[in-house]
Design a protein around this ligand. Structure first.
Ligand code: CA
Length: 226
């Protein structure tokens, strides 16, 4: 089993490499995000241990490059901040587990072994909420058996709303996740997109799923969740 450790702090990196080597793994150590991303996308690893706080290309950036390159090995990320936002962000980018710094080596080893047993990260291929099905592989949406045509942005927007259904998503989050832009309050691009998506998803169907929460954002919710 070959592991990649991406960690800029010399002591922690050396300690992880030594510990994991002693535990029987082949270990490569990258000390920058750029090196880490390069190795992770060109060499073949069974798992990556990824520090979030890296100078230059940070852990999120490395994570993104790994998944964009189509690499599906599990990623365990190390975060010193331990905020829920960090955890959520990491998991959304496709990380499989996280560990707060400082951690006991035995804990890290246990997580690594669990992830390796679980095998390669598997995305669910179809998201389902109520009678809506979103097929990630075929880029297809069906509600109550009826095919619904969406633009690429509408598809991304619906995917985000479905992944985090029953959660009010602020416009700023939608802007960054779907349009990859900072929220600019002068633009009504999100309102327009939500209106169009709602017309396709909710008009002619029961119940309504996409709701506006005034002053806060949008939520996709079934009546049972409300
Ligand atoms: Ca660091």
């Amino acid at each position: 089993m070959k592991l990649l450790v991406v960690e800029d702090e010399a002591k922690t990196g050396d300690y992880l490499r030594q510990g994991l080597t002693e535990a029987g793994f082949v270990v490569d150590l990258a000390r920058t995000g750029t090196d880490g991303a390069h190795l992770a996308t060109t060499d073949d690893y069974d798992l990556v241990v990824l520090d979030v706080m890296l100078p230059g290309l940070d852990g999120w950036g490395v994570m993104r490059r790994i998944r964009e390159a189509g690499r599906t090995m599990p990623v365990l990320f190390l975060t010193a901040r331990g905020q829920v936002d960090d955890r959520v962000k990491g998991l959304e980018l496709g990380a499989d587990d996280y560990l707060l710094k400082p951690f006991a080596f035995s804990e890290l080893l246990a997580r690594v072994r669990t992830l390796l047993r679980r095998g390669r990260a598997k995305e669910p291929e179809v998201l389902r909420v109520a009678d809506v099905e979103l097929d990630l592989m075929r880029r297809r949406v069906v509600r109550a058996g009826r095919r619904i045509d969406l633009t690429a942005k509408e598809f991304l927007l619906l995917e985000l709303l479905m992944r985090r259904h029953d959660e009010v998503l602020p416009r700023s989050l939608i802007a960054s996740q779907v349009w990859d832009m900072n929220f600019d309050s002068d633009t009504n691009v999100i309102e327009v997109a939500v209106r169009r998506l709602r017309a396709k998803i909710d008009e002619g169907f029961e119940p309504r799923l996409i709701h506006t929460v005034r002053g806060m954002g949008y939520v996709l919710q079934t009546p049972e969740e409300a």
